[in-house]
Design a protein around this ligand. Sequence first.
Ligand code: XIL
Length: 380
Amino acid sequence: MHSIVRQAVRTAVVAVATLAVAVPSSASTPATSAGASASASPGPGGEPLRRAAPRDLVVGSAVAGGGHHEEQDYPDPFPNDRPYRRILGEQFSSLSPENQMKWEFLRPTQDTYRFGPADDIVRFAKRHRQVVRGHTLLWHSQNPAWLENGDFSPAQLRRILRDHIQTVVGRYAGDIQQWDVANEIFNDDGSYRQENIWIRELGPGIVADAFRWTHRADPDAKLFFNDYGVESINAKSNAYYALIQEMQADGVPVDGFSVQGHLSLKYGFPSDLQQNLQRFDDLGLETAVTELDVRMPLGESGEPTRAQLRQQADYYQRFLQACLAVRDCSSFTVWGFTDKYSWVPFFFADEGAATLLTERFEPKPAFGALRRTLREGRPD
Ligand code: XIL
């Protein structure tokens, strides 16, 4: 009985798929809308996350491209993978370029900018009524060799950063909801990271300047500090808490504090997350979750167990609940929505399965858990 039903469904699915191929779509139809309603299309059915969310929360995803993707044998994901694009447009109301606005990507040489892929993301976002998080302007990582190995004087370096911010932020002015102005500037013990070329060569005061320049170039964007390992109240998040208060006292335009949220089932859930976000909210800041994924150790099979997937769903759900419980936590972003393109297996040995959908875009328990929690909305 069951298998007959399944067979019938499969036949119907094939019929719809054939039909979708047979009917030419008009040239003006965006790729993303093709087959959007066909049950044959891969991806989660039912209400999209963005529609389940309360009005005052955007739900985002990183947009796969650049970085580790350039070393894979698949084509550049965002421009080429049609089901991927469709799901990205359907499910999410915010986009974060995963690598396409980083220095190494935007600045192949000192005199050139490569804006094409970032422009494409911004255009896609407009067409799908999505906001964009800009990522990132001042960071120690993924900088081009000409910058890291260049023999610049402090005055030259300062000018290079200021020009970059004016050019990049200016180009997208009005199109970016939140900028990660400064990314990962502190070590775990709360000291400034000396690998950061700007901080090392120019001193920590450069951070406030970066915020001022960004604000001047786009007065409407909300300006954020972003980091990992700051989900809890600890030495690193305390360093942000202190620095932000100093900046506020000095009249520096800082609007937000965001936690990346790269979790592993190995390390447990940061149980004081809500309390931590709340103390930044109490400073009058917006808060955000910007890069959530929940990885897990995978055994020989390379597949997660059901128990792991349940625990993963629980972590995603609790992370979202913490954000919902904090008034100005208004942006909740996952670092990719499919294992097909996740950065995790390339950066964390023997871990994976970190996102909401499998490589074949099948929803995991975490997807349903997020949707249910979004529907519940904010606590009273
Ligand atoms: C990662 C990307 O996902 C990879 O594609 C890239 O190779 C390396 O960087 N914190 C951040 C993100 O702020 O920019 C990082 O993204 C993940 C950790």
